[in-house]
Ligand binder design. Sequence first.
Ligand SMILES: Cc1cc2nc3c(=O)[nH]c(=O)nc-3n(C[C@H](O)[C@H](O)[C@H](O)COP(=O)(O)OP(=O)(O)OC[C@H]3O[C@@H](n4cnc5c(N)ncnc54)[C@H](O)[C@@H]3O)c2cc1C
Length: 221
Amino acid sequence: MKSWADISWTRAVVSENLKIAESAYLLKFPRTFDFQAGQVVALGTDPDLAPRLYSIASGEQDPFVDILFTEKSGGSLTPMLSRLKPGDSLMVSKPFGTFTKIQPGSVLVAAGTGLAPFMSVLKSGKARGATVIHGASYPEFFYFDEYLEETLKEKYLRCCSRVAGGDWFHGRVTAFIEQWKGLDPGRKHYLCGSAEMVVQTRDRLISRGVPFKNIDAEIFF
Ligand SMILES: Cc1cc2nc3c(=O)[nH]c(=O)nc-3n(C[C@H](O)[C@H](O)[C@H](O)COP(=O)(O)OP(=O)(O)OC[C@H]3O[C@@H](n4cnc5c(N)ncnc54)[C@H](O)[C@@H]3O)c2cc1C
């Protein structure tokens, strides 16, 4: 997506922009469109700056659209997004994307903000029986952990690469998958995160017997 001139967009008014962890924000604006859980919107603050894509993290019927993002130092958009205050204007495209076929009973594997589309699926009631595996460098980046613990109980599994000693697996999602006793190759596995995370996780799943047809992914780049 090169420029705002190529897409259909409107302006939204920011309702809230909460800092929820170091460099991590939860941005909210009123929902004025229908979407399917797993879809993205392009966001911007200035028509001269290229749009950036963000997964919707809220449910299909929620009155507000939630966007979970991390501020990248030296990034062209996220330093501006993080400064948005309630009442500020935001450029928002129509929702689009095809990461929308997540089936109930699936395994949802996310790293960092890659949790966003899975939050939308869960909050839309479309992921009954799902297992969520979330990887983060530090425990403060286990976004929405209270909601996930309460909703999924033992089907919420956390992997923390930099801190040992909590009630989580110490290591990356890839290391967790290598030794996970609960792995069932017959379940659908959906992955979301950086290209590196997605490729490495997919390789571990395949080497543990999960057929390619049972793996789907969304890459954040
Ligand atoms: C389908 C999809 C869904 C996504 N969903 C989310 C989401 O829900 N949440 C989320 O946080 N992100 C998401 N992203 C990523 C998001 O679109 C942005 O890429 C991200 O927020 C960075 O935007 P930015 O403009 O601030 O940074 P960019 O300007 O893109 O820069 C990113 C980093 O690269 C560095 N950089 C830039 N140019 C160069 C260069 N020439 N040489 C070296 N370094 C450079 C910058 O310093 C910065 O650290 C998604 C991406 C995709 C494709």
